[in-house]
Design a protein around this ligand. Structure first.
Ligand code: SF4
Length: 245
């Protein structure tokens, strides 16, 4: 069992108790001890910018006869807790290779704005939004996959090349396929699609109608403390036509 930390607290909490119970997700198993040569510097560099974390410990079992410190008994519990659900998803399973460095959180403009508590889940940020719906329920946590601008910064900074912004889209697709989105949302998007494909419909009513719709249907979603944007009096399409006359 390998523990990496900067303060030494984990090492201290292992030394005192008589029984040591270690709990780890099943995805935390690496092929061999020598692979730590890669994983430890990778984690430190992308987590905190260090070449290597300050304290790195390897435990192979309980205290031996000639040793003075360490527990008398040691148990390792490998936790599934939804991880095999994720493994069953062909596209999203790559998220299981996450090493929890936190680089995607630090890069994410949404996480930087709202912080970790807003996600309401153990894992926050882009990786949390990808894995939580599979660990704790798509119905309850599908909204996390929408808490993203899909800018792709998370994917750029991920040391193990998880395509996070794409996986968020796959989660959204799965939520729709499972019929978990409310009927009003489906109705709004079908109207939106029709309008976007039809220029006459898009220009209908001009800016007055659009501002009316914004004010009466999107005020709450936009937030009471922010000023609603105002539609330009003429669309680009209308101005373009006028300039060609
Ligand atoms: S998804 Fe990538 S960047 Fe984010 S915590 Fe995991 S390994 Fe680090």
């Amino acid at each position: 069992m390998a523990v990496t930390e900067n303060e030494g607290n984990a090492l201290m909490s292992i030394a005192f108790p008589k029984i040591h119970i270690a709990i780890a997700g099943i995805e935390k198993i690496i092929p061999s001890l020598t692979d730590l040569d890669l994983f430890w510097p990778l984690l430190a560099t992308h987590g905190t910018g260090q070449n290597i974390t300050v304290y790195n410990s390897i435990m192979t079992g309980p205290r031996q006869q000639d040793e003075t410190d360490g527990p008398e008994e040691m148990y390792v519990i490998l936790l599934d807790n939804g991880r095999t659900n994720l493994l069953a998803q062909q596209e999203q399973r790559q998220a299981l290779s996450c090493i929890r460095c936190g680089a995607c959180l630090n890069g994410c403009p949404i996480y930087k704005g709202v912080g970790g508590h807003a996600y309401g889940s153990t894992y926050s940020g882009p990786i949390g939004s990808v894995i939580t719906p599979h660990y704790d329920g798509m119905k309850e946590f599908k909204h996390l996959s929408y808490a993203s601008s899909l800018c792709g910064k998370c994917t750029d900074v991920c040391p193990v090349r998880i395509e996070l912004h794409k996986l968020l889209l796959y989660n959204r697709r799965d939520a729709v396929d499972q019929d978990l989105n409310p009927g009003t949302e489906r109705w709004i998007f079908s109207f939106w699609k029709k309008a976007m494909l039809n220029r006459t419909l898009l220009n209908m009513g001009g800016s007055r109608l659009k501002n009316f719709v914004l004010k009466n249907f999107f005020r709450k979603a936009w937030g009471g403390r922010r000023e609603l944007p105002k539609m330009a009096p003429k669309s680009f399409n209308e101005m373009w036509k006028e300039s060609k006359r």
